[in-house]
Design a protein around this ligand. Structure first.
Ligand code: NAG
Ligand code: NAG
Ligand code: NAG
Ligand code: NAG
Ligand code: NAG
Length: 326
């Protein structure tokens, strides 16, 4: 057979493969989720990722520091594929949500929660299951207290509601000095090391790699995106330091969240990781005190567990939802 006819055969094979690939791709597929944004009445433009049937049970994915809805990029299609309506907004100060500077927005867990609440109202979402990671905890639990009738269940991925959840190697040396500062000079002294470590590329990378049993599965794009968004937006480092400082405001609310757990007995899954240094396993077990029926699972992974243990976490979450008829 001549060279020419062999290359023709390969040409036809390639064309055939191309045709098959396109024939099996339905016209509506493409992105596993859609991206969009909604401009709220106050001018904040909330960016979000959304997937799944609009009549499915809504899972509201609430991201952690220093990431955005991007941390759920691989999780969303799995949940949507099981019939859930999945929606993941970026908070002000994170991801692709934009806040007009004319608003003089005060970044706090109160205003982050207010923004997510306004976003839910704009999307007409009146019942949902918060899936909370890290900063998603205070946002989700504040929402739950404000609109308990909307909450179908709660899922916590290292989203903290108990004092024993604070990792002693992170909070006391790194964040408590911000909380305790009483003068601008003390605040600056506390902010400098946060600025140069926690918000550096290395610091953000270590949020992904510390404690991970499979660091080779972590795509560098994830922490580079977080780092770029924090460092590209003017004033964003100060916003992040303000939010770490304001995290303090959640602690006095813990008793009210715990009272809500005791009184309402929401179905709760705490699917945490063993090796997080920020929110540690005693914080997961603590849910059992107020919610004896809470399901507590600990995975062998680090803070950003969906980067490395996606299928495992998805199976745990889907089994919890199925078990509870959700
Ligand atoms: C937000 O929505 C507007 C109008 O649809 C669009 O022009 C803009 O690119 C969107 N922004 C982002 C970040 O997606
Ligand atoms: C959602 O709508 C689809 C199509 O109309 C229907 O087949 C499905 O059963 C509905 N699902 C729920 C949970 O209502
Ligand atoms: C929400 O509901 C209102 C009133 O029914 C409607 O006008 C609006 O278009 C809905 N918005 C969305 C995003 O579905
Ligand atoms: C700072 O604040 C934390 C928590 O509010 C507290 O536990 C700690 O003892 C305080 N003092 C110092 C020096 O960090
Ligand atoms: C943090 O560092 C940036 C420069 O990288 C600076 O503009 C900002 O003022 C610093 N913030 C604080 C609170 O020290």
């Amino acid at each position: 057979m001549s060279r020419i006819s062999i290359s023709w055969i390969f040409g036809f094979l390639a064309l055939f493969a191309f045709a098959v690939a396109h024939a099996t791709t339905t016209p509506s597929s493409g992105l596993p989720y859609t991206v969009g944004n909604i401009t709220l009445a106050n001018g904040i433009d909330v960016f979000y990722r959304e997937a799944g049937p609009s009549n499915g049970t809504t899972l509201l994915l609430l991201h952690g520091f220093p990431s955005s809805s991007h941390q759920f990029r691989n999780f969303i299609p799995i949940l949507a594929g099981h019939g859930y309506h999945v929606i993941a907004p970026d908070y002000p100060g994170f991801g692709f949500t934009t806040v007009p500077s004319s608003l003089n927005f005060a970044y706090s867990f109160t205003t982050l929660t207010d923004t997510v609440a306004a976003f839910l109202d704009a999307k007409n979402i009146s019942s949902f299951i918060p899936y909370m990671h890290d900063y998603g905890g205070p946002v989700g639990y504040r929402l739950a207290i404000q609109r308990p009738q909307s909450i179908l269940a709660l899922i916590s991925q290292n989203a903290n509601a108990y004092l024993e959840g604070f990792g002693q190697s992170f909070w006391p040396p790194v964040v408590f000095p911000l909380w305790n500062a009483t003068t601008p000079a003390e605040f600056q002294t506390a902010a400098n090391p946060v600025n140069s470590t926690v918000l550096s590329l290395r610091g953000i990378q270590s949020q992904y790699t510390t404690g991970s049993a499979k660091p080779r599965l972590i795509e560098p794009e994830a922490y580079w995106l977080d780092y770029s968004l924090i460092n590209e937006k003017p004033g964003n480092r100060d916003i992040q330091i303000d939010l770490l400082t304001d995290y303090r405001s959640n602690v006095p609310l813990y008793p009210s969240w715990q009272a809500y757990f005791r009184q309402m007995q929401p179905k709760l899954l705490a699917a945490w990781v063993k090796n997080d240094i920020i929110f540690v396993p005693p914080g997961a077990h603590a849910y059992k005190r107020d919610l004896p029926n809470a399901e507590v699972v600990l995975l062998d992974a680090g803070h950003f567990l969906l980067e490395t243990n996606l299928a495992q976490q998805a199976n745990i979450v889907l089994a919890f939802l199925r078990k509870n008829g959700l």
